[in-house]
Write a protein that binds this ligand. Structure first.
Ligand code: HEC
Ligand code: HEC
Length: 372
């Protein structure tokens, strides 16, 4: 993956590294989300989004910021007048426990914690980021996504969060790198994004600063992501395909929008985007030392000889295949093994329905020819 992003002449400004707010910003933004009584996962957040992106500037917007500089009660009155009354009422509600639970499930299915937790850092650092993600463009470090108001996303609104997942845009309007797989998460439904948000608001905040990415030039230019996204971001949500059974559509949704299997199981083009014509056909480009196999149902080079049950079994962590699967896929299996059997079967059904494609890497890597 040698060639670089073409560097337009106008991109002569270094990337903004200020992903996180200053402590002052965070102080201003936090009460704007939910008030002291409710964590950031509270249901008030969607209302903020629908009233014109109060939080989209990353600082709560000028008017809400100044409102919050007034002493407590007065500020409530001002905000209540300026925005919907319903919003102020909702802010008293704690997050819905059922939404938190659904969010935890989605977080597992989407591998969020695998990337956003430093391996071996212990449960006290869950979701606090710091994991190194080496890529051909340099080393990325996952950020803290706990509700810490300074180092995490505690100062965010639901609107900020939704924009990050759907459009890959930060609260301060910078573009995220697609190593954060928003090109897949963009397909998630609004209600699933709300549930994820509810869950993230329920985890303990961890005060751990983010580590800056170590990227070579010109990848260090965040702005270069803007034209990239025009080319490669298909903004979601992913709509079900009519005429297909619900199980198949569920599998398609999980594989593509949530579990982002193609992010690893496809070759990338010279701009680092998934090659859509060869999606799921694997790649020789190694991930943590592992080549990534073809998981289309091609008989010779893919999972053509696997039954739906074989795929489901692997994702459940059962049997020889699961025992031998290594590297990044072992982490994926740790997550998929915690999903429902119905969801695993749906993913398997969908994968087996894909058009067979030739791939350079056959599954069954460590087992040699045993399966074939
Ligand atoms: C493959 C690794 C990976 C996975 C999986 C992943 N992320 Fe991230 N995420 C990153 C990286 C790396 C960044 C930083 C991107 C950048 O700086 O442009 C990031 C950025 C973010 C941000 C922005 C944080 C900030 O401070 O601006 C949020 C929010 C986020 N991720 C949430 C999630 C959620 C929720 C999930 C699961 C649905 C998830 N991520 C899954 C790697 C990942
Ligand atoms: C983070 C990258 C990554 C993601 C995401 C990922 N895989 Fe994998 N997958 C791999 C790698 C690497 C291997 C090869 C592992 C090995 O050789 O031991 C692999 C292997 C496999 C295999 C072959 C196992 C075998 O016995 O040879 C299947 C099937 C598979 N993945 C399915 C999936 C499905 C389905 C998803 C989405 C739910 C998925 N993968 C998501 C990286 C990934």
């Amino acid at each position: 993956m040698e060639p670089a992003f073409a560097r337009p002449r106008w991109l002569d400004r270094p990337a903004s590294v200020a992903r996180n707010r200053t402590p002052a910003d965070a102080r201003d933004a936090l009460p704007g989300i939910s008030g002291p009584a409710a964590p950031p996962g509270s249901k008030v957040a969607p209302a903020v989004d629908s009233t014109g992106r109060v939080g989209a500037s990353g600082t709560g917007g000028p008017w809400i910021r100044s409102a919050w500089r007034l002493p407590g009660a007065a500020a409530l009155v001002v905000v209540g007048t300026l925005s919907a009354h319903a919003q102020a009422k909702q802010s008293a509600q704690p997050p819905d426990p059922a939404a938190v639970q659904r969010g935890a499930y989605l977080l597992t299915a989407a591998n969020c914690a695998s990337c956003h937790t430093l391996p071996g850092s212990g449960s006290a650092h869950q979701l606090a980021g710091g994991r190194a993600l080496p890529t051909p463009f340099g080393v990325f470090f996952s950020p803290n996504i706990t509700p810490d108001p300074i180092h995490g996303i505690g100062g965010w609104t639901f609107g900020d969060f939704k924009r990050a997942l759907r459009r890959g845009v930060s609260p301060s309007n910078t573009h995220y790198y697609p190593v954060f797989p928003y090109t897949s998460y963009t397909g998630m439904s609004d209600s699933d994004i709300e549930d994820l948000w509810a869950y993230l608001g329920s985890v303990p905040p961890v005060s751990q600063p983010n580590r800056p990415h170590e990227l070579g030039f010109p990848y260090s230019l965040r702005l270069a992501m803007a034209p990239w996204k025009v080319l490669f971001l298909d903004q979601g949500p992913l709509k079900p395909e009519p005429g297909r059974p619900p199980e198949w559509n569920r599998g398609r949704y999980l594989v593509n929008a949530v579990a982002h299997c193609a992010d690893c199981h496809a070759p990338r083009n010279f701009l680092g985007a998934v090659d859509r014509g060869r999606t799921m056909s694997g790649t020789r480009e190694r991930l943590e030392g592992y080549e990534v196999p073809n998981i289309t149902p091609d008989i010779q080079t893919g999972i053509g000889r696997w039954s739906v049950g074989d795929v489901t079994g692997l994702l459940a962590g059962r049997g020889m295949r699961a025992m031998h699967v290594g590297g990044p896929m072992r982490e994926v299996v740790r997550n998929t093994s915690r999903l429902s059997e119905a969801d695993r079967t749906a993913m398997a059904v969908y994968l087996k329905s894909l058009p067979p494609r030739f791939g350079e890497v056959k599954p069954g890597g460590m087992m040699g020819g045993m399966c074939h």
